[in-house]
Design a protein around this ligand. Structure first.
Ligand SMILES: C[S@@+](CC[C@H](N)C(=O)[O-])C[C@H]1O[C@@H](n2cnc3c(N)ncnc32)[C@H](O)[C@@H]1O
Ligand SMILES: Nc1nc2[nH]cc(C(=O)O)c2c(=O)[nH]1
Ligand code: SF4
Ligand SMILES: [Mg+2]
Length: 238
């Protein structure tokens, strides 16, 4: 079992309720969606960029594809780690690879939550689930309702329990419909510990402040809801 990995580095979690925790990041190549605001290059690269010393901006390159054993060896030297973020791209495309990872850190899955069959495979392997809800603009030209049903099913499979936290992030742009957010939130509120409204980082795409605060107020009737922007962008860490 091998997978295309674009980067491995140590930084702190910049998003959501675990912001500030020191993590190892494993970024898989490839994605099944094409979100208009996506800030990440999801293309497969010939080699994986590996930052051995956190924050050094000095990289080694390891030829792709990588085995779970190679990943284990590369992340082993990192110290004082809260968890290992599995991100991308879409990490659930590599569910079989994830089940073969043998690392000492708890796994923190960062997913677009649209692949329920893949989610079933990893459910007992991940301790934290940071699940996005993607709304209509991410599914341009496609049938939206089946995607939303798959999202709800994926949250059900990876729901919070005594061994796993599961929370939801929604990237808010000026085009995001508050009604859509409220609808999905109502369907997944039993599966998650909180909702994070994450204002999109590109200034020209941002929603207005009042709309965001009004949506938070409505959601708070149902579920703990926080507004937290991407913080790693503010101080320039990876
Ligand atoms: C690059 S994605 C990879 C994981 C997975 N594909 C997903 O979308 O959840 C990681 C996180 O960055 C968020 N993100 C991507 N572009 C963003 C932007 N321009 N502003 C705010 N958040 C963004 C995504 O919504 C997701 O929560
Ligand atoms: N510091 C930092 N925090 C993050 N939280 C989610 C990220 C991601 O791209 O998945 C990310 C990332 O790329 N860097
Ligand atoms: S699902 Fe995630 S990685 Fe894929 S395009 Fe959307 S934000 Fe980017
Ligand atoms: Mg990122």
């Amino acid at each position: 079992m091998k997978a295309p990995i674009t980067e491995i580095f140590c930084s702190v979690q910049g998003e959501g309720p675990y912001v500030g925790n020191r993590q190892v990041f494993l970024r898989f190549a490839g994605c099944n969606l094409n979100c208009p605001y996506c800030d990440t290059n999801v293309k497969t690269s010939e080699a994986c960029k590996y930052e051995e010393t956190p924050g050094s901006d000095i990289f080694k390159y390891v030829q792709n594809l990588l085995t779970p054993e190679q990943v284990g060896d590369l992340v082993d030297p990192f110290m004082n780690i809260h968890s290992m973020s599995l991100t991308g791209g879409e990490p659930l495309l590599y569910a079989d690879f994830i089940t073969e990872l043998d690392v000492v850190f708890p796994l923190y899955l960062e997913s677009n939550m649209t692949l329920p069959d893949q989610a079933r495979k990893v459910k007992d392997h991940v301790a934290f689930v940071s699940g996005d809800v993607k709304l209509t603009e991410e599914f341009q030209g496609e049938e939206v309702q089946p995607h939303i049903e798959r999202t709800i099913e994926t949250f059900r499979i990876l729901r919070k329990n005594e061994n796993r936290d599961c929370f939801c992030k929604v990237v808010m742009t000026k085009n995001t419909s508050a009604t859509d957010v409220l609808d999905v939130a109502g369907s997944i509120s039993n599966y998650i510990s909180c909702i994070i409204l994450q204002p999109v980082t590109q200034y020209e795409l941002r929603p207005d402040v009042r709309t965001l605060l009004e949506l938070q107020n409505e959601l708070l009737g149902e579920i703990d809801t926080l507004i937290i922007p991407q913080t790693h962008r503010m101080w320039g860490c990876l």
